[in-house]
Design a protein around this ligand. Sequence first.
Ligand SMILES: Cc1cc2nc3c(=O)[nH]c(=O)nc-3n(C[C@H](O)[C@H](O)[C@H](O)COP(=O)(O)OP(=O)(O)OC[C@H]3O[C@@H](n4cnc5c(N)ncnc54)[C@H](O)[C@@H]3O)c2cc1C
Length: 535
Amino acid sequence: MLLVDVLAVNLTDRGCNLVHTAGLVVGRSSTIAFARGTPFGQSAASRNHPETMARLNRRSFLAAAAALAARPAFGAATPLAASVDVVIVGAGAAGIAAARRVAGAGRKFVLLEASNQIGGRCITDTSTFGVPYDRGAHWIHTPDLNPVTKLTPRRGIEVYPAPAGQKVRIGRRYAREGELEDFLSLQVRANRAIAEAARKGDVSCAQALPNDLGDWRPLVEFVLGPFGYGKDLVQVSAADFAKSAERTADAFCRQGFGTLLASLADGIAVHLSTPATAIDTRHNVAVETPKGTITARAAIVTVSTNVATSGAIKFTPELTSSHLDALGKLALGSYDHIALEIDGNPLGLESDDLLFEKSSDSHTAAMLANVSGTPLCLVEVAGTFGRDLAAQGEATMVDFAANWLAGLYGADVKKAIKRSQATRWNDEPWTLGAFSVAAPGAQSARRVLTAPMRDAIWFAGEAAHETLWGTVGGAWESGERAADAVLRRLGPVREAPAAPQAEAAPKRKAKPSRAAPQAPVRYGATPRIMRGEPR
Ligand SMILES: Cc1cc2nc3c(=O)[nH]c(=O)nc-3n(C[C@H](O)[C@H](O)[C@H](O)COP(=O)(O)OP(=O)(O)OC[C@H]3O[C@@H](n4cnc5c(N)ncnc54)[C@H](O)[C@@H]3O)c2cc1C
């Protein structure tokens, strides 16, 4: 079993700027690796093959399920304070990270969550399939540097390296080595062309693509656009694409990325089912919820860009035009999982195999097979095609996935599909999409978003990170940074009034006020993983 600490060693540096690096290893560096690498000391033979590996260990599954089940009761038990130092809106990665920081500094805070669970776009569902199913984030990018894996408690949570490489299906057969080489070298060229274009001006990625991608063009476009970033390349800023941090390797969490994230909220009081409906910053900060109004000195708002501009929260005064503009230019793309339980591994794929199709148009998908050695397979649809498909409902999405697989492996595969479920993130009311991508010409919006608004509201979340946007790690870091900025703004914690002295005791001179928080909460500091970004 490979635990978190194993991840800190032996990482080969293969640049890639995809949201899901997925072992494509064709980033801005020139390295090409199309054969499966041997991940972190594992031999290929020891990889989790669904036919040979024990399925998810019962104890770790129960631990994951119990961890998740415990959350609502925990959140509901805490009364809503009327006045605090900081109100944090949203208990996804950014909100949890911010709350830990604020708690660690001994400041009073309230963490509000609109839905009935924590984690936001990083949640694990353990009930639909009886195995952990990450409905949002699943890939842990650059695990040796990822702040979330750095903090993972070891007990009951296993993080293991994602296999490098991918398979490509050309009709009913797999791509041969030479074909894969062609595909991967074209991706390297496409990545370089985008980076080159970004140096000259912030055009769209589509404008920057080389013209001679031949019949691999639709797949290159799918991998770099919808699969990587949730939008078609024509909607993606070349500068945003080029600035996104190189991801050298990926990992998975056997109990689910959402389980891992939720474990980091242990000890943090979360008010579930408590949406912020209005934030008034005319005198201090007043945050309205259906359960009452909380006053504070600052607010950290971690809701997605689409939620922030949806009108779900009424800001008084209104959002500044620069923030509103930035939020609009960082609108969320579309990315959904169509989860299929496929019995008996009829496709003959290994655990966590990543599969693409050499498609002739944008109506395509990717599949992560046999997730963590279970029969769960995730067919990924994204971009404009994925958005249109998801708008037609879950049944249409599942039909598409079944037909797509039948086209690649034959109609019999349909018989092996048992249970199914599809996410529809664009319709999730507290998210309204997948992850942010800057529109062409709008990369600078990310920095605008991180500036405080009227010295009272700090936006945080994946969109507010210049290099790790669209990821859980980026959201986490941005939450910590917003908290640090707020804590600086609030200054040192004042000393609590001295306890009454016994009459006979000599009066002691009060010590200079150096704030010792009551019941200090100590959380491990997260290493900075930003590259060249000012703090
Ligand atoms: C399908 C999908 C796949 C993804 N895959 C990956 C991946 O493999 N790896 C990766 O690193 N990232 C991935 N991501 C992106 C990643 O999930 C996000 O970047 C990250 O989780 C965002 O965290 P956040 O804290 O910024 O926002 P969120 O997680 O959206 O948290 C914001 C929280 O605010 C709450 N909220 C909204 N409105 C209100 C309100 N009015 N009052 C109170 N609370 C409110 C929401 O319910 C939510 O819990 C994926 C995302 C999706 C959707």
